[in-house]
Ligand binder design. Structure first.
Ligand code: AKB
Length: 315
C-alpha cells in the first residue's frame, strides 16, 4: 500500500467520486479524506473519512490539513463551462480563489503534491481545431476557460518560484456512469446514454456534426493517478498536459448506441452551448503526455458505449 495522506476537495463531483474510490483502493480508505460542500455522495458514504468543506474557506482547509496530517491535495471543486457563462463572476471566484489559497497552503505546509484539473476549455477559436498541440495560441472565450488558463499559469508560477509540486491535466469531456456531470458543454455525451435506456430517444443541445475531444472516466482516473505518481523528472510542463482518448460527434455517439438499441432516435435543438463547443478543439494532440509519462488511453467509442450501457442498465 502506498504512503501519503490525501485530501480531496470537491469529492462529490463527477471526477471526485471515482477518483476518491480509486485512491482509497491504492492508499487505503483511512488515508484518503474526502470533502465537499454537500453531504457525502451515496457511493462515498461509509467508504472512508468524509467532511463537509467549502473549497473557498482557507482557514477550514488549513485546519483540516493540519488535523489530518495531509501530504497531498486534489482540488476538484469548480463551476464548469455552461454554468460559468450564466454566472461569470461567481465562476471566476470559485475557480480561482480555492486554487490560490491552496497554492499558498501548499508552500506553507510543504505539501508533497497538489493536483488541480485544467480543461480543453483553455483553447479558443484562434487555436488550431484539429489535433490541437500542447503549446499553441491560447485565447479562451469562456470564463471557465479563462479561469483554467490563469490557474495553469499560477501552478507554473508556484512551481518555478517555490518548487511546489503541482500537476495538472487538460481533461476533454468526461463520460461516466457512477457519478453525473453538471453544468458542462460536454454533458450531452452522458445524458444520451441515460435517455437511450429510459426513453429510446434524445434531444441533443449540440448540432449533429459537432466534434469534441472525449474520454471515458476509467481512462481519466487512471491517467490522473499515473500523472501524480510519475517521478518528478518526467513532468516537463507545470502548465497542464493535453490528454486525449477519442473524438466524436453527437451523430456518431448515437450510431454507437444504435448498435445496442436499434430503435434509439436522436434529434437536435442547439442552444447557447453550441457556441461554446464551436470554440473548442475537435481533437487533441497528447504526444507530450504519451512521451513524458507513458500515457495511453484504453477506451474507444465502441468500448465505452458497451460499458456505459451495460453498467447503467444494471442500476
Ligand atoms: C465542460 O464541458 O465544461 C467540461 C470540460 C470540457 O471541461 N466537461
Amino acid at each position: 500500500m502506498k504512503k501519503d495522506k490525501i485530501l480531496i476537495v470537491g469529492a462529490g463531483g463527477q471526477i471526485g467520486v471515482e477518483l476518491t474510490l480509486a485512491l482509497r483502493n491504492a492508499y487505503g480508505a483511512d488515508n484518503v479524506v474526502a470533502t465537499d460542500i454537500r453531504e457525502a455522495h451515496p457511493l462515498l458514504k461509509d467508504s472512508g473519512p468524509y467532511a463537509m468543506l467549502n473549497a473557498m474557506d482557507a482557514a477550514a482547509t488549513l485546519e483540516l490539513i493540519k488535523k489530518e496530517g495531509i501530504t497531498q491535495v486534489y482540488l476538484l471543486a469548480a463551476l464548469l463551462s455552461a454554468t460559468g457563462e450564466k454566472e461569470p463572476k461567481r465562476a471566476w471566484e470559485i475557480n480561482m480563489q480555492g486554487l490560490l489559497q491552496l497554492l499558498d497552503i501548499g508552500v506553507q505546509e510543504k505539501l508533497s503534491k497538489i493536483y488541480w484539473p485544467s480543461s480543453i476549455a483553455v483553447f479558443g477559436s484562434t487555436t488550431p481545431h484539429q489535433n490541437t498541440p500542447q503549446e499553441t495560441v491560447i485565447e479562451p472565450r469562456t470564463v471557465y476557460g479563462i479561469s483554467k488558463y490563469a490557474g495553469e499559469l499560477w501552478c507554473q508560477y508556484y512551481h518555478q518560484r517555490w518548487g511546489l509540486d503541482v500537476r495538472s491535466l487538460r481533461y476533454p469531456g468526461l463520460i461516466s456512469w457512477k457519478s453525473a456531470p453538471g453544468g458542462g458543454t460536454t454533458d450531452y455525451a452522458v445524458e444520451i446514454y441515460h435517455e437511450a435506456l429510459k426513453h429510446k430517444k434524445y434531444t441533443c443541445f449540440l448540432k449533429e456534426d459537432t466534434y469534441l475531444p472525449m474520454m471515458y472516466m476509467d481512462d481519466a482516473i487512471r491517467g490522473t493517478i499515473e500523472l501524480v505518481d510519475a517521478p518528478a523528472d518526467q513532468i516537463k510542463t507545470r502548465m497542464a498536459y493535453n490528454l486525449s482518448a477519442m473524438s466524436f460527434s453527437p451523430r456518431e455517439i448515437a450510431d454507437s448506441i444504435r448498435v445496442h438499441i436499434p430503435e434509439f432516435t436522436i434529434d437536435y435543438a442547439p442552444d447557447f452551448r453550441q457556441q461554446i463547443a464551436d470554440g473548442w478543439p475537435d481533437s487533441i494532440d497528447d504526444t507530450a503526455a504519451r512521451e513524458h509519462w507513458n500515457w495511453k488511453p484504453r477506451f474507444d467509442l465502441a468500448a465505452m458505449t458497451t460499458d456505459m450501457l451495460r453498467n447503467l442498465s444494471r442500476m
